[in-house]
Design a protein around this ligand. Structure first.
Ligand code: HDE
Length: 752
């Protein structure tokens, strides 16, 4: 019950060491013996990246303080002065070095996705994935990272918000980045995706405008990390193609409960290419083992104050506590002929390929199981680039993707001030690399030999090009024949069809959340004409009822007729809805608060706590003040948190054990009652045993039935029982937690 006891996953010390730069001892001796050729290091396993990083890890434990150049330092508190009260002397190399390092500690933050957190792990393909009409994965791609089930490829994943600065709060309404670097034996592959499968715009050319509109306004520099201001909605209201993305951003997808509870999407259509050179289109999907879950809006706002690092801390704590976080990688595969049949263009990133048209086929899993040692060196300096692909993975002509292929390389130059950003340990491939790049700021590698050009005879023309067909990266030979033209394809012009599909697919509480979100976002827009355009030109072309519901909350006249472009279809896809796609059978990693004071019933606490922990949840004791709490029978438990340092919004569920004195004290505590009311308001599960139910009664939860005898009563996610059958109560509580949120709860407000 101590705070987040950690049992980090151990690295396997037995694995062979790769040398700096990913070159194995074996391959180096090959090079020394003069062998040339195209063979690659095949010894990569899940530990290879960590072993490479070991070479640059520094541990101060038991060591002497030195300067950057290794000279031992006798005093790091006092500068060198001319006399005790005299001026500092220029000669003080230690002062100059320490201060210069400090003055240069910051690097430019990412222009978008500045705020993030990351973790290490591995990816492993499944043995025999079900690929429908395709026999096996080799038929689709030659990428070893996706095809060899015996290969665990090391990965580093960074999750991020998009809009806010590096120090902004985690729980803002925003898209989340989901970027994975696979250190494959064939070079680095970066899958740089988001937690929403579509995007705001269709052409990379519009990206600077989109970002300028959503970032703080240029005159007063506000608001931080929020779309809720005039410039963003001005831009949006003039761009009907944004509508589909806006529906997702107004939904719970933009308020993830945790990074480990988010789907991820490659967004663009990519290509898979097999050994024969056959190419098919593909969409990449990450599906979390722990289900997709969201927070509610009021909760996110409060968390932003109570713990702005909510998602960052959570990712770190959960992995440090020994949990292995898993996502399945799935692919939707379709060929050019199938693509031509869809009623949308697969090159248009504002469209999904509905799962009803092309199922998602799981082909492998990613496990994140290791936290970074140093945030700056790993999370801040990791640099992704969608152009990092390996043989067997290729691009499509999506104009947004095409523009990204330029932007990421370019932005890293701004962040690192050097083209050698790929040499920073976290970015360095584990695969061997040899080329004629030799110089530039901060060059790390010492390349041997005289010839840094090709062709050369002095160095036997090494390093050798690898012909296509023998492993050299081969671009899919798509036939292109067109006129240079600056316009947008006709096939990119249907803007409301899938936005309506998304709306239709929501449960009623999810629809209400979208409407409420629109009330907040557009309610913050001063200019009425912008609000009107959003409702009349965009939302009214998605769904007339939706448009009316939004209009009513933002002071504009509800539209009388549906918009001219409103599609009439009633298609739905339950997989678009967080609530409908929920499997609802695990409570692993969930954080449960237990409210106690002196005199609590230790049977209640122990039984419920052990059931929850057996199911993989984390239990924390919350009390008025820190210190030991003594039970009715003299046992003690230490409070993990007090009401000063925590709040209900930081937990997934609440349990109140019985015990006369404890409950009498809780009933008198405003904070304890607020904890119950707020947990209820945010639709989270609550359980109370024995006299613990009196705390719930004292709060007067609307329309909730509370047990008045031994029987366990489950009422809209509130589980109570006054008898001795704690196991039944515990089981019902576990079921209620697995459901995550109880949207069926009375819409009547509780004051919290
Ligand atoms: Fe990015 N994006 N982006 N983006 N993006 C960046 O690169 C850009 C887009 C995404 O954790 C930047 O290294 C353009 C779509 C993630 O380090 C920059 C366009 C998707 C991350 C950039 C897009 C993304 C970035 C800023 C429109 C989902 C964080 C810092 C053509 C598929 C990666 C950096 C990390 C970061 C440009 C649109 C995902 C400026 C021009 C669509 C997850 O290069």
């Amino acid at each position: 019950m101590s705070d987040d006891d950690s049992t980090p996953t151990e690295r396997d010390e037995e694995q062979p060491q790769a040398t700096d730069g990913g070159e194995s001892d074996e391959s180096r001796s090959d090079a020394e013996s003069g062998r040339t050729g195209t063979s690659r290091d095949d010894d990569i396993d899940e530990n290879s990246k960590q072993e490479q990083l070991d070479d640059v890890r520094e541990n101060p434990e038991g060591e002497r303080l030195t300067s950057d150049h290794g000279v031992t330092i006798s005093d790091t508190d006092n500068s060198l002065k001319a006399g005790e009260r005299g001026p500092t002397i220029m000669e003080d190399f230690h002062f100059r070095e320490k201060m210069t390092q400090f003055d240069h500690e910051s690097i430019p933050e990412r222009v978008v996705h500045a705020r993030g957190s990351g973790a290490h792990g591995y990816f492993q393909p499944y043995e025999d994935p079900d690929l429908g009409e395709y026999d096996d994965i080799e038929e689709l791609t030659k990428a070893k990272v996706l095809t060899d089930p015996d290969q665990k490829t090391p990965v580093f994943t960074r999750f991020s918000t998009v809009v806010g600065s590096r120090g902004s709060a985690d729980t803002v309404r925003d898209v989340r980045g989901f970027a994975t670097k696979f250190y494959t034996e064939e070079g680095n592959w970066d899958l740089v995706g988001n937690n929403i499968p579509v995007f705001f715009i269709q052409d990379a050319m519009e990206f600077p405008d989109l970002v300028h509109s959503i970032k703080p306004e240029p005159d007063d520099g506000t608001p931080q990390a929020s779309a809720a201001h005039d410039t963003f909605w001005d831009f949006a209201s003039l761009k009907p193609e944004i509508t589909h993305m806006i529906m997702w951003v107004l939904s719970g997808r933009a308020l993830p409960r945790a990074y480990r509870m988010m789907q991820g999407f490659g967004v663009h259509t990519f290509r898979l290419v097999n050994d024969e050179g056959d190419a098919r289109f593909v969409k990449f999907h990450w599906t979390p083992e722990l289900d997709t879950s969201q927070l509610v809006w009021d909760e996110t706002q409060k968390i932003a104050g109570k713990n702005p690092d909510f998602n960052r801390m959570d990712l770190y704590d959960v992995i440090e506590a020994g949990y292995e976080l898993e996502w399945e990688l799935g692919v939707q595969v379709f060929d050019e002929e199938e693509a031509a049949e869809f009623d949308f263009d697969v090159l248009d990133p504002t469209k999904i390929v509905p799962e009803s048209e092309v199922p998602v086929r799981p082909i492998g899993k990613m496990v994140l199981n290791e936290t970074p040692d140093n945030f700056f060196a790993e999370v801040e300096q990791v640099a992704f680039h969608p152009g990092n692909v390996v043989p067997g993975i290729d691009f499509s002509n999506d104009p947004l993707l095409q523009g990204r292929l330029f932007s990421y390389q370019d932005t890293q130059l701004n962040r690192f001030g050097s083209a050698n950003w790929d040499e920073i340990p976290i970015n360095r491939p584990v695969a061997e690399r040899h080329n004629n790049q030799r110089a530039g700021f901060m060059r790390q590698e010492i390349n041997e030999g005289k010839a840094s050009y090709k062709p050369n005879s002095i160095g036997d023309d090494d390093p050798q090009e690898v012909p296509e067909g023998e492993g050299g990266y081969e671009h899919h030979a798509e036939k292109i024949d067109g006129k240079k033209i600056r316009n947008r394809s006709e096939s990119f012009q249907t803007h409301f069809d899938q936005a309506r599909l998304f709306w239709n697919s929501m449960t009623e509480p999810e629809k209400q959340n979208i409407v409420d979100a629109a009330h907040f976002e557009l309610g913050k827009v001063d200019r009425v004409e912008i609000r009107e355009r959003m409702v009349y030109d965009l939302f009214n072309n998605v769904d007339h009822e939706f448009a009316k519901r939004v209009a009513e909350g933002i002071g504009i006249e509800p539209p009388e007729e549906p918009g001219d472009e409103m599609p009439t279809h009633d298609r739905e896809d339950s997989r678009l809805s967080i609530e409908q796609r929920r499997d609802a059978d695990s409570i692993e990693t969930r954080k449960i608060a237990v409210l106690v004071d002196d005199g609590y019933d230790s049977d209640h606490l122990e039984t419920i706590e052990s059931t929850l922990e057996d199911e993989g949840a984390r239990v924390k004791i919350v009390s008025k003040i820190l210190g030991d709490k003594t039970s009715e029978n003299g046992d003690t438990v230490e409070a993990d948190k007090s009401h000063v340092t925590t709040e209900s919004v930081l937990f997934d569920a609440l349990f109140v054990p019985g015990g006369e004195d404890s409950v009498d004290a809780l009933v008198e505590q405003g904070d304890a009652k607020h904890f119950v009311a707020e947990t209820f308001k945010h639709k989270k599960p609550i359980a109370a045993a024995g006299s613990g139910t009196e705390l719930l009664e004292a709060v007067d939860l609307p329309d909730v039935e509370i047990a008045d005898d031994g029987e366990t009563v489950s009422s809209d996610g509130v589980v109570t029982g006054r008898g001795d059958d704690l196991e039944e109560l515990a089981e019902a509580f576990v079921d209620a937690i697995a459901e995550h949120r109880h949207w069926e709860r009375s819409p009547k407000e509780v004051p919290a």
